[in-house]
Write a protein that binds this ligand. Structure first.
Ligand code: GDD
Ligand code: MG
Length: 367
């Protein structure tokens, strides 16, 4: 079975994490995000994947290669300019077979695609959309279905007065190739949600109510939630299973003089000085250095980050190569971009986002 993954968005809501790494390969608990999707697809019989890229396609290719190590044939399609979700589909037309999965490239999920495919065959649908219940559908595509599962209405980013169901488009579709016939020509910017699905209503578009785990990782808060859920085994992943066997902590060739509290992942070559505490669902990438007495909680620190003595980091995301001085306090959804330098005695909070290359002098910011 074939799958087209949309991986061409700019990931603006995850900036500055995505200012220097494309969203599909942003590390999540030590692995490029999209490898979780590939592993899930592989488990449902997918062996041929087309990645619809745009933004930083080369960087994606460099990380994932030809997919051989995953047992998948992986091909890359590079749009000359962003064509939107529907335009990316049309752009892939020549490579697509009669029936295929189409996936948004930013969902962490273990929903049952095999069952979705079974329903697709039973109803004889032209398109079957996985649906998932969420508390607030306004940030998603809202889908209203009839009793037989056929889609009655598709409303992308519904207004507050339109929220009469909690079922949203989970970004996992099964499509018949003829869906492409009625679309605007290749090269046109098209939103599949706004311009294609509404025209398929009443013409073989069905919803499949999925259960299991589902999360769009496209904001800092959701990226952190995905991290915690993998570490705690709430979503079925290989990483979670490996961590589980080791009591939910993994320390690979790291020098640990402080304490690591499960669940946590500490990468190779990390060094944790005496009296450090790393825990409460934290992930340290390779070669992270944590100075004496520093505390890291519920945070992600990517490769090569250095944290000064007596600093604390909580509920935040720190990109590659960031340097944080001594006695700093970083908490509450802060996102630091690649290579940022924070001098000592700074306090950052309340979702502050600092972009790549910025240098803050000692004691520059307090709350
Ligand atoms: N190739 C390509 N080209 N991919 C694109 C483009 C493009 O021009 N624009 C967006 N994408 C990719 C993104 O990288 C992402 O993986 C996916 O398409 C969806 O785009 P988002 O920008 O993340 O959309 P969203 O999260 O606001 O809404 C979509 O996902 C929701 C579920 O997470 C919609 O499909 C909603 O209906 C849905 O509920
Ligand atoms: Mg999204």
């Amino acid at each position: 079975m074939q799958a087209l993954i949309l991986a061409g968005g700019e990931g603006t809501r995850l900036r500055p994490l995505t200012s220097t790494i494309p969203k599909p390969v942003v590390p999540l608990v030590g692995r490029p995000f999209i490898s979780y999707m590939l592993e899930w697809l592989r488990g449902h019989g997918v062996d041929d994947v087309i990645l619809g890229c745009g933004f930083m396609a080369d960087a994606v290719r460099q990380v994932l290669g030809d997919g051989a190590s995953l047992g998948i044939r992986l091909r890359y399609l590079e749009e000359p300019r962003p064509l939107g979700t529907g335009g990316a589909l049309k752009f892939a037309e020549g490579l697509l077979g009669d029936r295929f999965f189409m996936l948004n490239g930013d969902v962490l999920t273990d929903i049952d695609l095999t069952a979705q495919l079974r329903q697709h065959e039973l109803t004889g649908a032209r398109g079957t959309l996985a649906l998932y219940p969420v508390d607030d559908p306004s940030a998603y595509g809202l889908v209203r279905c009839g009793a037989d599962g056929s889609v009655r209405e598709f409303i992308e980013k519904p207004g507050l007065d339109e929220l009469d169901t909690n079922l949203i488009n989970a970004g996992a579709y099964i499509l018949e190739h003829d869906v492409l016939d009625g679309m605007p020509p290749a090269g046109t910017n098209v939103s599949i949600e706004r311009e294609v699905f509404p025209t398929l209503v009443g013409h073989g578009l069905y919803g499949y109510e999925a259960s299991g785990y589902w999360l769009d990782i496209g904001t800092p808060a959701r990226y952190l939630k995905g991290t915690y859920d993998i570490l705690e085994g709430r979503v079925s992943t290989q990483v979670g299973r490996e961590l589980g066997e080791h009591g939910l902590t993994r320390v690979d060739g790291a020098s640990v003089e402080g304490r690591v509290v499960a669940p946590a992942l500490v990468g190779a070559g990390c060094s944790l000085a005496p009296r450090t505490l790393v825990g409460d669902r934290s992930v340290l990438g390779e070669a992270v250095r944590v100075g004496e007495g520093a505390r890291i909680e519920a945070s992600v620190l990517l490769e090569g980050v250095s944290v000064g003595a007596a600093s604390t980091i909580s509920g935040s995301i720190v990109s590659r190569g960031v340097t944080i001085g001594e006695h700093c306090h970083i908490e509450g959804g802060v996102v630091l971009g690649e290579g940022v330098k924070i001098g000592s005695q700074n306090t950052l909070a309340a979702g502050a986002r600092i972009f790549p290359g910025v240098e803050l002098p000692d004691g520059a910011i307090r709350f």
